[in-house]
Design a protein around this ligand. Sequence first.
Ligand code: SF4
Length: 291
Amino acid sequence: MPYVGAIYRPPSEHRSFILQVTVGCSHNKCTFCSVYKDKKFQIKSLDEIAEDIETAKPYAPHIRRAFLADGDALIVPQKKLVKIMEMVNEAFPNLERIGIYGNAKSILRKSADDLRKLKNLKLGIVYIGLESGNEEILKRVKKGSTTTHMIEAAQLIHEAGITLSVTVILGLGGKEMSHVHAVDTGKVLSQMDPEFAAALSLMLVPPAPLCEDYEAGRFQLPDAFEMLEELALIITNMKVTHCFFSSNHASNYLPIQVWLPEGKEEILSLIQEVINRHDRNLLRPEAYRGL
Ligand code: SF4
């Protein structure tokens, strides 16, 4: 498949056909993010997308899931996105679900009816990066959305009957704001009430602008055990209806997965035990971490 640049997708989309409909991220300003800094944002033309679909057609009988890349494909104007999803549905008759990354801005540009229409075209899951539930941190990292926007966007996704998956980043407040970052993140996750939530651990990779602050000593990264404290605090403050929470991403020191609220006490005591033992051998080695 002739992708433009490197392609990123959520771990749960590892079996999906990845169709690149945008190049890069429409926002591309988050200071912790390095992934699309080399790409100038553009929406691919319908002809290019049709060609990519054609290339994948020989595999059509096996394609049950599709993921629309890049960073924020939900930003594609409604009419064009509907057309793209119709093309995908037509090409892959066994298709069960389409997934997509969205941010608060791109979600809030659509109405519940728009999203319902996409759901009827098999849009089954939207992945959104909350990153932090703390307003000051969102501002500092130039996320471009407030917690109010994040919560409103989540409500719209629920209203349309689409599954919501939310990502947060351990360590994003630095040592300075570690506690408040974790507490507020748990609280905002509660209000977003997603079906899936995932924690990543901050890794500073050039050309992410936050690297400069780190090197200049203006930003101090919490250590592995401090990140686990954050993980525990987030879960402690999460009051959700029914959510599968995981930290399986390769950036994390301790991979966990748990249904909340059912498994809350058990997972909190496991994390606490690892924190108490303070044994680095219990954690993923630094060399095995990755984005
Ligand atoms: S974190 Fe997401 S929204 Fe922010 S620049 Fe990276 S891809 Fe874009």
